[in-house]
Design a protein around this ligand. Structure first.
Ligand SMILES: [Zn+2]
Length: 147
């Protein structure tokens, strides 16, 4: 059976507003969320009750403003779903993102709709696409799923 993957043209921005992070207090899994409309970001941990709120005002390239960053960036928090791979780092923002990558990497047949240059898959570093890395990457994904 051919394992077919159809690119849903997802972008990183589809996943970046809810990011699984390492709790700054207890190092267990916590969640960072951002709402660009209200310009508020929050990081909370169900394990230890850590809870921090911020507004989205930050300085990027020397320019201060309400930037639409990845949710964890407002807190300088470490990603929960990341793993070294050769000289690179494999990462996902959350479980949904991890599954999307898994489906892509596991597929033998990858169908892309019109290329835009902006989708998450098109922007992935080369190692994600290489067939020789498939097994190792899927093993990392399984490991992260159990984390
Ligand atoms: Zn915690």
């Amino acid at each position: 059976m051919t394992n077919r993957f159809t690119d849903q043209n997802k972008r990183l921005t589809d996943f970046q507003t809810t990011v699984w992070v390492e709790c700054p207090s207890c190092t267990k899994k916590a969640i960072a969320k951002v709402d660009y409309e209200t310009a508020k970001a929050i990081l909370f941990c169900e394990s230890c009750g850590y809870n921090k709120q911020k507004n989205t005002e930050s300085t990027v390239f020397g320019v201060k403003g309400n930037w639409n960053l990845d949710a964890h960036s407002y807190f300088d928090a470490e990603l929960w779903l990341k793993h070294p791979f050769k000289n690179e780092v494999f990462f996902a923002f959350n479980g949904e993102h991890l599954e999307y990558l898994e489906q892509y990497i596991a597929a033998d047949l990858r169908e892309h709709k019109e290329r835009t240059g902006f989708t998450l898959l098109e922007k992935l570093p080369k190692f994600y696409h290489e067939a020789k890395n498939r097994k190792a990457l899927l093993a990392i994904i399984q490991k992260l799923k159990k984390k």
